[in-house]
Structures are given as C-alpha cells and as structure tokens.
Design a protein around this ligand. Structure first.
Ligand SMILES: Cc1cc2nc3c(=O)[nH]c(=O)nc-3n(C[C@H](O)[C@H](O)[C@H](O)COP(=O)(O)OP(=O)(O)OC[C@H]3O[C@@H](n4cnc5c(N)ncnc54)[C@H](O)[C@@H]3O)c2cc1C
Length: 394
C-alpha cells in the first residue's frame, strides 16, 4: 500500500469515527461556525466537530504544524477533501483568517506575528474582517485615504472604511492604511488591530437579501502598536494584492460553499417542474440545467488542474481573476436558473404561504448578486485578464 493510500485509509477511518452524524448533512446558514470571541454554535455537534478538527490541525490542514496546521502535502490535502466530500462532512470553520489573512501572514509576517495570530486563527478563536474598501476607493482601491500617522511607538489611524463584511462581529481587522500621501500604491501599509480598540465604530448596512452583515467602519484616533505592521512600511500594496488573489480564489468557489444551504439546480428543477422517468420534464430547462452542470464540472476540473500547476510552479498568475469572473457569474446563472424552475414560489420574502426552502432560494438569489462585486467586480477582473493574461495595452 502506498503512503498516500495508507493516509486515505486512516483519514477515512478517523472521519467515520469522529465526524458527528449531524455534521454530515447539508448545512443551514445559521449553523455555520465563524468562531471568534463570541462564537455561536447553534448545533452543539458543530462545537465538538470544530474541537476535533482543531486537534488534528485540519481546520487549516495545509499550514505548518508549528502554527496550528496539519502539515499536509498537496496530495494529502486532496485526499482529505475527497474523503470529507465522500462522507458529506461540513466545513468545521468559516473564517477570513483562514481564507485570506493566514496565507499572507505565513509569507510576510514576522515570527512573532505568526505565533500570535496563526494558531488563534486555526483554533477559530479570533474572527477577522477586511478593511480595504472606502467610500472613494473601491475598484480603484489604491486611492484609499485612511491615514496612519507615526506617533513614535504607535500609529494613529483616522478614516472610514465601507462594505466591511461582518465588522460588527469581528474581533480583529486587517486594514490598508495610507502612510505616505505623496504617492499612490507605494504609500500604503498593511496593519492589524483589535476591533475593541478605542475609536473603532461599526454601523451595519442592510443588503438586498435583508441580511445586515456588512458595515461602515469609522476609525477615529485609533492607536495601533507598531508591532502590528505586516511587511515593510509603505510595502502594503504587494500584500494587499496577494491577499486579493486568495480572496478571489475563495469567492470563485462560492457556488460550492453554499451547496449545503441551497439544493442543486437539478433537484430544484425536478421538485418544482416534475420529472418523467427521472428526467426533468421541461425539455428546454432540462437542456439549460444539463449545460449548467457540465460547466460546473468543467470549472471544478480546471480549478483542480490550476492547483496542480501552482504546485508544480507553472501556474498562470491571472487564474484567480479568471476563476473569480467565471465562478461568480456562474453562481448568478445558477440562481437565475433556480428561479426559472421554482417560479413565483421562490419570490417570497417572508412567512406563509412560502416554505422555508422557498424563502431561502429567494434570499440567496438576491445575495448572489453581490458575488460579482465583492473582492473586485467582474469588469475589474476583465481588465486584469486583458492586461496581465492577454498582455493587451491599457
Ligand atoms: C457583499 C459584499 C461584501 C463586501 N465585503 C467587503 C469587505 O469585507 N471588505 C472590503 O474592504 N470590501 C468589501 N466589499 C467591497 C467590494 O470590494 C467593492 O464593492 C468592490 O471592489 C467595488 O468597489 P465599489 O463598490 O467602490 O464600486 P466602484 O469602484 O464605484 O464601481 C462601480 C461600477 O463601475 C465599474 N468600474 C469601476 N472602475 C472600472 C474600470 N476601471 N473599468 C471598468 N469598469 C469599472 C465597476 O465594475 C462597477 O460596476 C464588499 C462588497 C460587497 C458587494
């Protein structure tokens, strides 16, 4: 038996013995675990599941063991993913720390910063939010104006961020600040600070889906210790761009991560339109659903190939933009298709006569509209692809 086969057998046995039965079912939105100082576990099994995965380092299986990770190789990671999928195991922890901050801290953080933050991210103890966008700096992110002034032993931060997802629940923020006003990209630094610091105020904004998870964030004379600067002073743009690649990778996979909340398109189609011998009865929609599923599969395989290329060092630097563009547009197409299948049943806002599922379809459809905006809009991804992948002039 090869070492990888051995790893698969052990992983399978461990998951079967340790993943609680209720963690092997599709996940309702309110059972997602985000961790943090005020972590909520609406299903007690999710607490147990998180603790068991933390112990193995499998909330961040690819990170080094020294920082709370599992130290797995790329092949082992793939095996773990396949075995978790096979059993239908839920992801134990959703975290901007894992998907965005962690990878750049591993690369740019000092040893002290890594020791302070990475194990806490791995254990789900600190919940992070992202302070990038400002009222005058969205697509043109480098136009940001929030200032951090050198006050000797600390920086004094003043300014406003906007669209800060979950700022009202987050414990810490990774934040872009201006430390030099005489230049644009080269005057930006990357700071970390506690959201309980004096001078931090968050005001939630309601999304079209009715949820109120992203905020205006006001920063007034916030004192940030100098040790919280990641990378070089005025060297934050490089880190910011790299973090965006991780964010785009995560968002492009968004269709899969909400798979637990919303049934697959073909399931919705059969349920609302009926089927004849297992085939969706409306031939036009059947065709559209089949095409959608094929595109999904092709996309999944392409992402896998890109991961292998990345491992082999032959990756194309533009893939995160290509995947962000395709993945989020595909996710929006998915919900348009679901709406076509479910018809007016999926247009309920609240209460009777709509089922819980129908209400979820409607709200998730509305939320999907933001997928092609957050993390950089589709138009911006097209610009990046035109410039960096195709080499077209500005
Ligand atoms: C659900 C959601 C969650 C978010 N969460 C966060 C978060 O946690 N933290 C954070 O910092 N930010 C967050 N954002 C902000 C997001 O990154 C910005 O909304 C996004 O970068 C677009 O910036 P903007 O809103 O200022 O739009 P603008 O830049 O004003 O763009 C408006 C329109 O003009 C187009 N446009 C602009 N410039 C160009 C160009 N050069 N070429 C072609 N078209 C162009 C855009 O594509 C868009 O259609 C979130 C946004 C959403 C919707």
């Amino acid at each position: 038996m090869s070492a990888l086969d051995q790893f698969r057998a052990e992983t399978r046995a461990w998951l079967e013995a340790n993943c609680p039965a209720s963690m092997r079912t599709p996940m309702p939105e309110d059972e997602r675990v985000w961790g943090g100082r005020n972590a909520r576990f609406s299903n007690p099994d999710s607490k147990l599941w998180l603790a068991r995965m933390v112990e193995r380092g499998w909330t961040v299986p690819g990170w080094p063991k020294a920082y709370g990770g599992g130290g797995l190789s790329r092949d082992e990671l793939q095996v773990l993913k396949e075995e978790m999928n096979r059993l239908g195991c839920r992801s134990p922890l959703f975290s901007f720390g894992i998907s965005m901050l962690g990878p750049v801290l591993l690369k740019y953080g000092t040893e002290e910063q890594k020791q302070e933050h990475l194990p806490r991210i791995a254990r789900g103890e600190i919940r992070w939010c992202q302070g990038y966008s400002e009222p005058g700096a969205g697509s043109d992110l480098a136009a940001l104006a929030t200032r951090a002034e050198d006050q000797g032993d600390h920086y004094l931060v003043n300014g406003q961020k906007i669209w800060t997802s979950y700022a009202n629940y987050a414990d810490w923020i990774f934040c872009l600040v201006r430390t030099d006003t005489s230049t644009k990209q080269a005057g930006i630094s990357f700071l970390l600070f506690d959201m309980r610091s004096e001078g931090v105020e968050t005001r939630p904004i309601t999304l079209i889906s009715g949820a109120s998870v992203f905020c205006e964030t006001f920063l007034t004379n916030v004192r940030v210790p100098k040790g919280n600067l990641v990378g070089r002073l005025n060297g934050g743009w490089e880190i910011a761009k790299e973090l965006l690649q991780h964010e785009r990778g995560m968002i492009s996979d968004i269709g899969k991560s909400i798979g637990g909340i919303v049934p697959d398109v073909d399931v919705v189609a059969k349920k609302y339109l009926g089927d004849a011998d297992g085939r969706i009865s409306d031939p036009v929609l059947r065709d559209a659903v089949a095409r959608h599923v094929m595109d999904d599969r092709a996309f999944g395989l392409t992402m896998r190939r890109a991961a292998q290329e990345s491992e082999a060092g032959t990756a194309n630097g533009g893939v995160s933009s290509m995947f962000k563009l395709f993945g989020t547009e595909q996710n929006k197409r998915k919900f348009e298709l679901i709406l076509k299948c479910a018809g007016t049943d999926a247009l309920g806002w609240e209460g009777a006569p709509f089922s819980e599922e129908a209400l979820t379809l409607c709200r998730t459809w509305l939320r999907s509209k933001g997928n092609s905006i957050e993390g950089g809009t589709s138009e911006i991804q097209l610009n990046v692809i035109a410039k960096r992948v195709l080499g077209l002039p500005d």
